[in-house]
Design a protein around this ligand. Structure first.
Ligand SMILES: *Cc1c(COP(=O)(O)O)cnc(C)c1O
Length: 405
């Protein structure tokens, strides 16, 4: 047997189109595979590894926690939940937190909150506004909220009660909800991740906040990917100066330890009572310690400022590298959540980049997505561009050659 990942496993379900690479260890933003090949990690476990790999402050803290206690159950108080909740509340301006284990679980809790918010006000069939190209997860409810037919195909009947609208168009949401008193919430990502790194405009977010207030809707912002400092603010919506009512978090919150959280403000904080929602693993001491230490280290090491600064540097360097290239439509995003949209599907670049020693993803078929760890330096950002730019140029030149032939 080889320790090296094979294309198809005899025993693991075939749910991922995996690269034939098995990563064995990491240090900072570098990882090594089972053969000893080194990669620069611009994917960060899909916006999960906030502190990079083998962080010298995180690892001993988690080792200590594991030796103390890993899991207890929510039959008992978990003081670390109190601590992490306080840290999240202080940084978000919201008031209360429910802990779970993943992004879809956080979103599922948000959807339940919105429905009960409706029922509590006598709305029997509550409806929730969601967006084109949104991604909220792969449970039955969250895939129904997702705006990607590929994610939904084969899993109908979908959960009802969603109204879908385009992004950044306040007239469209007004028209879609006109005279509909069953609407209870609007649910969206500040910057869509899987949908292709698509930012909501700040002025649209402020108009949406006003519309939610006018209609009594909950504003529920899925910050699972764009939150936790990635854009240079704790939460991406903070750039627009707005406050949500409900905010699901996950990916970057535990630096790789599975965790999810729903943070709620006054309108949503006391909708759930005992028996309304729960999870066995949610809020266990190991995950909570990972969250607490992630936030502590991010602050000690100034990682918000770093994400903003190095992100801007990386974005500018990408824009420069691709200036005048016809096949590059746009470089967009904020902080260390960046996308490069090409004019045609470019999934093959993922393997080619890995061959060249760079880990990236391609989302929405033709958007190269870079979501590296927040510890990335300018020099490492330059290295990403130096590795990526020639691959993109060669890729686009192939098409030009093909078209000319
Ligand atoms: C990844 C993601 C999810 C789903 O999170 P899982 O932990 O994979 O369930 C939900 N929403 C957004 C915005 C995401 O990026």
């Amino acid at each position: 047997m080889t320790a090296f990942a094979q294309a198809a496993s005899p025993h693991v379900m075939n749910t991922y189109a995996r690269l034939p690479i098995a990563l064995e260890r990491g240090q900072g933003v570098r990882v090594w595979d089972a053969r000893g090949k080194q990669y620069l990690d611009a994917l960060g476990g899909i916006a999960v590894n906030t502190l990079g790999h083998n962080h010298p402050k995180l690892v001993p803290a988690l080792q200590e926690q594991i030796a103390k206690i890993i899991h207890t159950s929510n039959y008992y108080h978990v003081p670390l939940q109190e601590e992490l909740a306080r840290l999240l509340v202080e940084r978000s301006g919201l008031t209360n937190v429910f802990f779970c284990n993943s992004g879809l679980e956080a979103n599922e809790a948000a959807l339940k909150l919105a429905r009960k918010y409706g029922h509590d006000r006598g709305i029997e069939r509550p409806q929730i506004v969601v967006y084109d190209k949104a991604f909220h997860g792969r449970s039955i409810a969250t895939l129904s909220a997702t705006g990607n037919p590929k994610v939904q195909a084969g899993f109908g009947p979908l959960v009802e009660g969603f109204i879908r609208v385009p992004m950044n168009d306040i007239a469209a949401i007004r028209a879609a909800t006109e005279g509909n008193s069953d609407v209870v919430a609007v649910f969206f990502e500040t910057i869509q991740g899987e949908g292709g790194v698509n930012p909501m405009r700040a002025d649209y977010l402020r108009e949406l906040r006003a519309l939610c207030d006018e209609r009594g809707w909950l504003m529920m912002i899925d910050e699972v990917q764009c939150g936790m400092g990635r854009t240079g603010q704790w939460f991406a919506h903070q750039w627009a100066g707005i406050l949500p009512d409900v905010m699901p978090l996950a990916k970057g919150l535990g630096s790789g330890v599975p965790i999810g959280a729903v943070v709620a403000g006054p309108k949503a904080a006391s909708i759930f009572g005992p028996g309304n929602h729960g999870t066995t693993f949610g809020g266990n001491p190991l995950a909570m310690r990972a969250g607490v230490e992630t936030i502590r280290i991010m602050e000690e090491d100034n990682l918000l400022a770093n994400a903003a600064e190095v992100g801007e540097h990386l974005k500018a360097a990408l824009a420069r590298a691709f200036t005048g290239l016809d096949g590059v439509l746009e470089v967009r995003g904020q902080g260390l959540m960046l996308g490069v949209e090409l004019a045609r599907p470019c999934g093959v670049l993922v393997q080619r980049a890995a061959d060249a020693g760079l880990l990236i993803s391609v989302t929405a078929d033709r958007v190269i997505r870079l979501v590296p760890s927040l510890i990335l330096t300018r020099a490492e950002a330059d290295e990403i561009v130096a590795l990526l730019a020639p691959l993109v140029r060669d890729f686009l030149a192939e098409e030009a050659a093909g078209a000319a032939a």
